[in-house]
Design a protein around this ligand. Sequence first.
Ligand SMILES: [Zn+2]
Length: 193
Amino acid sequence: NLVHEAVRLGFSSVMFDASTLPYKENLRATREVAEYCHARDVWVEAELGEVGGKDGAHAPGVRTDPAQARDFVAATGVDALAVAVGSSHAMTTRDAVLDFPLIAALRDAVGVPLVLHGSSGVADAELARAVATGMTKVNVSTHLNKQFTAAARTYLEAHPSAVDPRKYLGPARDAVAEAVTRLLGVLHGVHAL
Ligand SMILES: [Zn+2]
């Protein structure tokens, strides 16, 4: 599968998401991946949502249970756990409401770093508070895709006869770099809570 291919190609960490499976199958699949990866010095991030949740960890309203998360990490041996605390994947608005008491409870229950997925849908202040409450890793993709695409679109609209990709990919790359720099400031508390 893809994990095996990634490891063969030399990646040193993988994200494995079997959270749409029933709990026992998620646990079994994740444990297999963790065993395979650990034998090859590869770090594994897994996901756990609500038992039987149709969209895994990423339907709005889904929550990860702290006791189950503790058991899941112990049984699978994963190195980090993405948990469901109110955000969901691929949001294009930044208005997700995070469950901070749950983040704190998960932090106390689970011995490995916690990961926030769906972070593109979370506003700056909530992201900073999530880190202060116990999140270690914050995964952002959609928000950066938006900046990249908007910058490329702006350039192309202003230059309808442009043909050289370097002309619009350059500004798009710069827009992502600027957004990443800004977010790093937010996550390190530079811009305060
Ligand atoms: Zn995820």
